[in-house]
Design a protein. Structure first.
Length: 158
């Protein structure tokens, strides 16, 4: 899909800039002994359709593609291109937000998952050592009391 749409007026302006460049490069081409075909190839390879960086950053200038020209007909293609750009920006923003949400969920859920895995491993170790269901509940209750005492002591110390 070609997203760079060129109006006939812009094509004429581009061709005029290329002609000026070839005329300006003619003395240097004669001195260097470069053939005429090589100079036109070089001029064609340059991206002369972009506006200069000074004009782009002047205060009050709107984005390059959004500037309507006097007498230029409304272009549906340029309008759809602007909508595509807006959609791409919105999609990139959405990706950033979802990436940040995934990271926050990972940071918050990782300690919880580790605690659950630890308690499950402790319970399985008690079962492997022959604890009955009543003993297992007593051991898990004692574990939770010790953890509560540890957390309370850590909070009181700080």
């Amino acid at each position: 899909m070609n997203l760079f749409i060129e109006t006939p007026q812009r094509a004429a302006e581009r061709l005029e800039r290329e002609r000026r460049y070839v005329r300006a490069a003619a003395p240097a081409r004669d001195i260097a002994g470069v053939q005429d075909g090589a100079a036109s190839t070089m001029a064609a390879s340059l991206d002369l359709d972009e506006p200069d960086s000074v004009a782009r950053h002047r205060p009050g200038n709107r984005p390059y593609a959004a500037q309507p020209r006097a007498g230029q007909p409304y272009s549906v293609a340029q309008d759809s291109y602007q909508r595509e750009l807006a959609f791409d920006k919105q999609r990139a923003r959405r990706r950033k937000v979802t990436g940040m949400l995934k990271m926050v969920l990972f940071v918050l859920l990782l300690p919880i998952v580790l605690v659950v895995v630890f308690i499950a491993a402790y319970a399985l170790a008690c079962i492997a050592n022959g604890a009955s269901p009543q003993e297992l509940l007593g051991l898990l209750g004692a574990l939770l009391e010790r953890m509560g005492g540890f957390v309370a002591g850590a909070l009181a110390a700080s």
